[in-house]
Write a protein that binds this ligand. Structure first.
Ligand SMILES: Cc1ncc(COP(=O)(O)O)c(C=O)c1O
Length: 332
């Protein structure tokens, strides 16, 4: 027999406990749909909510993997700047006053690509605005589990009085991108539609993998893993920040991220990130060329994300040395 299209009941039950303990989400197994990563959850949501020419607000810079999904569903994007406290809500409000917004997409923790966290004040204001202007919010919390400050800000969905938030997350960062288990938490009528659509695309999820994940959650392995991983990544974040200060203070500026896997650096001397990436590739170092971050391709970007999570201390040092050489080559 096929299993339930909403995903393994054991997994949804364990996940409901996990989401409640880690993020204050007051949900049960029935409120969750298991998806193939965040990506599928975004796709399902866009297909259900959007019709041609609907307006979707996204952050700029932002996650191109989401922007493409919204455009593919026929939507028009409104690009809103992201500052140190997250997406700029004054700009969001001015857009809402002028036109009907169907959906707002937000990455509340360690925004891709800038790594900033949406402040508590903005979270509450955003929920109020969703109610006032009647738009839905997709909260993409792909990275919640990696927080290095003592008290993480809770998701919008944990204070979701009005049922306007579709919360999506994943184990693809918690364990590995190849483990394609993600989840959607949404109001029941929406979840039902998403479950039906998921069934059309993929009759059911990977049952064995889902059961294995349920066991890992139940016996505490995921929590233990996260504790260890957070400690290690915290050290690696600090080490990369230290190395950048020590070796590249004249070339890059950055803010220390509160969590996640990357540091958003700005090339102070306005080197073209494409050129730096090409120079780095010749030296054997892979660095982002920064071209996917801005939807507006005319924007001249001088910033890139540097990932630190997979590099040990020696590798981080080597990487910073090579990056320094790649930047120096831009002066030739
Ligand atoms: C903001 C954001 N959302 C979603 C994803 C994709 O997540 P998943 O692998 O769970 O589909 C990524 C991948 O890096 C991401 O940065």
């Amino acid at each position: 027999m096929y299993g339930p299209e909403q995903g393994s009941e054991n997994l949804r039950t364990e996940l409901a406990h996990f989401l409640s303990e880690t993020r204050g989400l007051n949900v049960g197994a029935e409120d969750i749909l298991i998806t193939k990563g965040v990506q599928m959850a975004l796709y399902l949501t866009a297909q259900i909510l959007l019709t041609k020419n609907d307006t979707v607000i996204v952050g700029e810079p932002g996650y191109s993997g989401a922007n493409e999904i919204f455009e593919q569903a026929g939507a028009k994007l409104e690009l809103v700047p992201v500052d140190d406290d997250g997406i700029d809500l004054d700009v969001v409000e001015s857009i809402c006053k002028k036109k009907k917004i169907r959906l707002l997409y937000v990455i509340p923790h360690h925004h891709t690509p800038t790594t900033v966290t949406l402040s508590s004040e903005r979270r509450m204001r955003l929920l109020e605005m969703a109610k006032k202007y009647q738009f839905a919010i997709i909260e993409d919390d792909y990275d919640f589990d990696f927080q290095y400050s003592s008290s993480p800000v809770l998701p919008l969905a944990s204070a979701n009085y009005y049922g306007s938030v579709i919360y999506v997350g994943s184990f693809c960062k918690t364990i590995a991108p190849g483990i394609r288990i993600g989840f959607m938490v949404a109001p029941s009528n929406f979840l039902l539609q998403a479950t039906k659509l998921r069934k059309l695309i993929d009759r059911q999820g990977e049952h064995l993998l889902e059961e294995a994940m349920a066991n890992l959650l139940k016996n505490g392995d995921i929590s233990r893993h996260l504790k260890k991983a957070n400690k290690l990544y915290h050290e690696r974040r600090d080490e990369l920040c230290r190395l950048l200060h020590e070796h590249l203070a004249d070339e890059v500026s950055f803010k220390v991220p509160e969590g996640g896997f990357a540091i958003w650096i700005n090339y102070i001397n306005k080197h073209d990130p494409v050129r730096v990436a090409e120079n780095a590739a010749e030296l054997g170092l892979t660095v982002s060329n920064g071209i996917d971050y801005y939807h507006d391709k005319n924007f001249k970007n001088y910033a890139v994300r540097l990932g630190f999570a997979s590099l040990n201390t020696t590798e981080l040092k080597d990487a910073v040395d090579l990056l320094k050489k790649a930047i120096k080559k831009c002066y030739n």
